[in-house]
Design a protein. Structure first.
Length: 204
């Protein structure tokens, strides 16, 4: 239970800082409803679990390759963020009736968030640091798996809370306010994308 609780706290601390995924989750919740926001969070949490498992089991070859390819990973992720930002600038807010929304796009929402989280080099480095400390403390692989599960639970708790809060605000917003939120979130996503790309040139 102690390891599981530690994992939940780590999951919350990794998911909670407001970044591009948080902006995307809030934007989708406002425009498409709570279900889309929660699926967006699920995509991020799944990517966290994937990296957590890689770091926990100690697949050194995979982590070395991911770090070796981080320039391309960052470039692709940055460009994709810019694309999502441009989409947000052009999008129009939908009505508040969630039942009328296109459920077929849920899987796409999940995949895009998984891809964005997976292409963030900081996600890789965070989990390498976490599990380097865990392994140094003599924790077994079985305990590491419990820790990964706790990270998933903690991450999903944050996305559930964020989606619930934004969903409540969504019910009080007018179409005009949601249009401005789309524009601001689009600019922020483009900003995150350009920053990720610019870091490639600053570091090399």
């Amino acid at each position: 239970m102690a390891i599981l609780l530690k994992g939940i706290i780590i999951g919350l601390s990794i998911a909670a800082p407001v970044g591009p995924i948080g902006i995307l989750c809030m934007k989708r919740t406002l425009n498409q409803g709570r279900t889309f926001g929660l699926i967006t969070g699920l995509g991020a949490a799944t990517a966290d679990v994937a990296y957590g498992l890689i770091a926990a089991v100690g697949f050194a070859f995979i982590t070395e390759q991911l770090l070796a390819w981080q320039i391309w990973i960052r470039l692709i992720g940055g460009l994709f963020l810019c694309y999502l930002g441009l989409q947000s600038l052009r999008s129009k807010p939908l009505q508040h009736d969630e039942e009328a929304l296109p459920r077929g796009h849920l899987f796409t929402a999940y995949l895009t968030t998984f891809f964005l989280t997976a292409t963030n080099p900081m996600t890789i480095l965070s989990f390498l640091g976490i599990f380097a400390g865990v392994n140094a403390a003599g924790t077994s692989h079985a305990s590491s798996i419990y820790l990964v599960f706790g990270i998933f639970v903690g991450s999903m708790l944050w996305w559930l809370l964020l989606t619930a809060m934004v969903g409540w605000i969504r019910d009080t917003l007018t179409s005009g306010a949601m249009m401005w939120i789309n524009r601001v979130s689009g600019c922020l996503l483009i900003g995150f994308g350009l920053f990720a790309i610019s870091k490639i040139f600053m570091e090399h």
